[in-house]
Design a binder for this molecule. Sequence first.
Ligand SMILES: [Mg+2]
Length: 488
Amino acid sequence: MENGTKTPIEKRIFTNRNLKLKTIKAVGFDLDYTLANYRSPEIEKLTFVKALEKLVSQKHYPKKLLDFEYEENFAIRGLIFDIKHGNILKTNKFRYVKRVYHGFHKYSKKERKQLYTNKKLDLSSEDYRAVDTLFEIPETYIFAKLIDFFDKSSPKSQSSSYKWLYDDIRWAVDLVHRDGTLKTIIRQNPEKYIVKNELLPMALNHFRKNGRKLFIVTNSGFKYTTFVLEFLLGENFRDYFDAIIYSSSKPNFFTHKDPFKIIEEDRCFEAEKGNIYLLENKLGVHGDSILYVGDHIYGDMLKTKQASAWRTMMIIPELDEHIMIKQKVKEDFKKLIKLFDIKNNTNRKLENTIEELNKLIREKEDEFENLSIENIKQIDSKIQKLTMSQNKLNLKLTEVLTNIRSLEENIDKSYNPYFGDLFKEQNELSLFGDQVLDFACTYTSDLTNILYYSPTEYFHTPVQLMPHDKEPEFLDIEISEINEINET
Ligand SMILES: [Mg+2]
């Protein structure tokens, strides 16, 4: 199974910064969406239903909410809540707002520009919050659904701030996670909500090769973590690990110096709370000899990078499906390149025609008195011909632009009907795509993908390209692709 390049593309590990597994002496794991994958949309539906029940029973929201159905494929990671305006935003990597939904109403370009002008979003402001984990997907839908509901049932509330609604939803979702509502249901029927990946024990043993130490740092508590690990790895799950830190309070774990509350110290060091320095001392491994595997862009990737020299592998469960869709829309994408080529040619021809036409009209005007009737007739005939081709070119341009728009919309909707591609926004990286590039040394869809690689694999960064490097003259493969498209 080894050798990265022969690995199926959806199982590959991608590299942002060189990583030599040979130099790694300890590998740490997050729990949720890293060691434990949750079934979608089952887990989202459960959170949705239980959070709405809390709003009805404890915050006296209308009973009608209990009839609402969960719509999967509404939200993606990397979106931003605009709490004040009750909007859900998608920005590009420069933090400029490129897509806005108020409830299920998509803002037109004009509406968007009016509210968000051309300023970068200040994501540290309390008015905004990023959707960083897959656990936050259901509340993003609840936010849109309830805004839609309240705007329609009491239109007056539309002008005021939506902070009350956001706070209530946050409270309800947080509560179902905290008070055991979700955990109790998951524990009663774990197969329904947690994916039992048979390759996980093998993958952990693979990571363990070369005498590497393995550990877990999770924000989940002792009871739930041990339940999930027992479900995934059996009752002897401790045999796989040298240390397990429960209730770790990441990201503070990486930046603060909280003490450990030790639960067990002998075979597998187990503790609650704590901090990175104590853990490194316990393991006897430090800094860039440690690889940390997690799914949270802020708590697992950004903070480790800021506060330590730990290397990272980000788990992006969405990547598998994303790559499948990318393969499906490959042909559409080629057509799009061809259409852009035709658009540019048509535009050029149109500009030349207009220029020639204006030249003839000017000539006729300026020289009219000196021209013979024959000359004038000739010019008129040329003007007529050029006007006809101008009209034809105009019609062609409209047709091409319409085709480009519908093709772009189709490609976009294949990823997500509301927010498009997780990693991109139009031709740029999305905020999420940029963060993955910036903070994760490597990324992959599932940690068991390690089985396709050697335990001492050297993950190389691909050659980085500047826009001028991407010109067809420098990329033979693109020239041949473009020629092929032009010939068809
Ligand atoms: Mg997690």
